[in-house]
Design a binder for this molecule. Structure first.
Ligand code: URP
Ligand code: ZN
Ligand code: ZN
Length: 459
């Protein structure tokens, strides 16, 4: 099968040109003006933007968490990602404390194998680092193609590891050529504040926010960065939300340290005032939404090169699941739905409002995730030889986000009624038209597991 996309404005992290793209089978073969080639299918992309397929490196699909499962499974999650222009996601495997990493990998394969519509990979979350799990790391980096290891400095009693385990894991991961991801908030402080608020009868969603003040994130980020510096293990802070935490990263640059930073779309465009609403549980996530001044910090951080990735931390729960915490914020399953909206919201709120350039948009939504997580240039760009993961985007089409029209398996939208400028029109995944005319043309099982290489490229 061959496809010729004519006359689109092709945006990569470092170029901007009107040209044609020629695809055969799964791969981009040629890019150029007025290509003298014939194809089985031609797409006229005049007046449209063309981006590499988006990569969301932070999603939680069909994940057991806080007594329930996130409501998008691998099929609904990756399909709704495709509708929104995200052709690949990286999901998290969670080790059970006391059990092996391999057991967790087997369990996650059981839910994901054959069920993905879009491409995917995994990070391995190490929640219990000991002599036995230490021996398993090399198998992941060398055989499984899973080269990033997630750690939690919070969720005490469930997922959190202590600093002793963190240092040990960092030494091993560095030896094996991998990368450590971290949820960097101070779990002990948060645990104390949750207990205090509950004892005082302060149980509404607002107290979720007040139990995780900025300092808990700033402190843990600084501590993680220090351990990464000491061990020399590459570090990536997931879902960074605030000025204090970004300043810890900024300070590290003064000793010539490089730390990778991801923020998420919600932290750029929404704030903690939402917790005062009746339905504030919809935005209960960790870390919580912050303040307007933090949004400014994050946009600036993107432009300063301190924040390299914009993800979602997609972890949806239906309203009925959120109601598990109707009388106690600490029982509300943490997370919100966004996998489908990241590319359009970032374009509309970022590019369209003049906060970031088109090239920066592609860099943080497509290219940097591929580079940092060992998939570039196969993924994350538009170039001859790369996978034909391509998004054709109308920059002018206006539409409204709503639970009535979204494809995610959740019965509300965290962005209900948001006016968005810019719409994903057509999506190619490895050379196949996956999304066209508001319809998904690929089935579950089409999505492939992507084995990742060890080297995190400096971005
Ligand atoms: O609230 C969140 N973020 N839920 C998913 C788990 C995590 O911490 O990333
Ligand atoms: Zn987290
Ligand atoms: Zn997460």
């Amino acid at each position: 099968m061959s496809i010729l996309i004519r006359n689109g404005r092709i945006i990569t992290a470092d170029a901007d040109q009107v040209a044609d793209i020629y695809v055969t089978d799964e791969t981009i073969r040629a890019i150029g003006k007025d290509l003298d080639l014939k194809a089985d299918k031609e797409i006229d992309a005049s007046g449209k933007l063309i981006f590499p397929g988006g990569i969301d490196p932070h999603v939680h699909l069909d994940m057991p968490f806080m007594g329930t499962f996130s409501s998008d499974n691998y099929e609904t999650g990756t399909r709704s990602a495709l509708f929104g222009g995200t052709t690949m996601v990286i999901d998290f495997i969670l080790q059970k404390q006391g059990k092996s990493l391999q057991a967790a990998l087997d369990e996650w394969k059981g839910r994901s194998d054959g069920n993905c519509v879009g491409d995917y990979s995994f990070h391995m979350a190490v929640t219990d680092f000991n002599d036995s799990t230490k021996k398993e790391i090399k198998n992941f980096t060398d055989k499984e193609g899973i080269t990033s290891f997630k750690t939690f400095m919070a969720y005490k009693g469930a997922l959190m590891i202590d600093d002793r385990q963190m240092i040990g894991l960092m030494e091993e991961v560095k030896k094996c050529g991998g990368l450590i991801n971290v949820h960097a908030t101070n779990g002990d402080m948060i645990d104390y504040l949750i207990a205090k608020h509950r004892a005082e009868g302060k149980l509404s969603p607002l107290y979720h926010y007040l139990s995780q003040p900025e300092i808990t994130e700033a402190e843990a980020s600084e501590r993680f960065i220090a351990m990464s510096f000491y061990t020399g293990c590459p570090g990536y802070i997931v879902h960074l939300t605030c000025e204090g935490a970004l300043n810890a990263v900024r300070n590290a640059t003064k000793r010539n340290q490089k730390v990778f930073v991801e923020t998420c779309i919600q932290y750029l465009i929404t704030d903690a005032s939402l917790y005062e609403r009746e339905d504030g549980a919809k935005w209960v996530m960790s870390p919580p939404l912050r303040q307007k001044k933090d949004q400014e910090t994050l946009w600036a951080g993107i432009n300063q090169g301190l924040v390299q990735v914009v993800a979602t931390d997609h972890c949806p729960f239906k309203w009925e699941q959120k109601l598990m915490g109707k009388d106690d914020f600490s029982k509300i399953p943490n997370g919100h739905p966004a996998i489908e909206h990241r590319m359009e919201l970032l374009f509309s709120e970022g590019v369209n409002k003049g906060k970031i350039t088109l090239n920066k948009y592609v860099e943080v939504a497509c290219t940097n995730p591929a580079k940092i997580f060992g998939m570039f240039p196969r993924k994350g760009t538009i170039a001859a030889g790369s996978d034909a993961d391509i998004v054709i985007f109308d920059p002018n089409e206006k539409h409204k986000l709503s639970a009535k029209t979204h494809y995610m398996n959740v019965d509300y939208s965290a962005y209900e009624g948001w006016e968005v400028t810019g719409k994903v029109k057509t999506v190619l995944l490895r050379g196949k038209v996956a999304i066209e005319h508001n319809h998904c043309h690929v089935d579950k099982g089409f999505g492939k597991f992507v084995r990742r290489s060890k080297v995190a490229q400096i971005v």
